[in-house]
Design a binder for this molecule. Sequence first.
Ligand code: SAM
Ligand code: CA
Length: 221
Amino acid sequence: MSNRTIQMTDEVYDYLLDVSLRESPVLAELREVTAKHPMVGMQISPEQGQFMALLVRLIGARRCLEIGVFTGYSSLAVASALPHDGKIIACDVNEEFTAIAKKFWDKAGVAKKIDLRLAPATDTLDQLLRDGRAGGFDFAFIDADKTSYEGYYERCLELLRPGGLMAIDNVLWSGSLVDERNQDPDCNALRSLNRRLYSDERVDLSMVPIGDGLTLARKRP
Ligand code: SAM
Ligand code: CA
């Protein structure tokens, strides 16, 4: 027994999946297809997809934002947890990745819930703000280019309703943030965001050691 988060060995991880992962056949097939993609490391883990789906159900989310779609695993997990009239505005810049996503959204019967915006996410979020959508979203998942995270965070915070939830991915960046000799721009962007969020009184906060680290930030009413 331990009063800190345990080390996740391969064996324990397999056990965790074995006794808890309830992945739909379409999500499983998408994960299989993405496993052959050279950038497979960009996909969230299946237990993280299930965790986010649970969060979305817990808060009764209907309006969601996703920044960073890739082959669509996270959006499919979230969309499947939304009610029939739920919607995700999904932002990405890559047509090739998102063509795979669209195929699987169709296959799972959730395509009508997902509005894909192929443009730099900052532009899409700014457009939503100009359209008067501030305060209109329940859940936002940030998982795109790390050096833009602070901008995504500020914009998503404005777009969330009070009590809405933001989930920010890769906040532990494979554990590399603790090595100050590592000064690459992604590392520094994540360090700076993590520090900023720690003292941001506008949100309730928890950094969850699932996947590559997932910060949950609830917009305070
Ligand atoms: N959430 C996805 C999943 O579960 O599979 C993984 C997303 S992947 C880590 C990051 C994605 O962000 C890529 O598909 C990339 O094309 C996209 N991206 C990179 N820069 C972007 C930008 N400026 N605006 C929108 N999307 C961007
Ligand atoms: Ca990620």
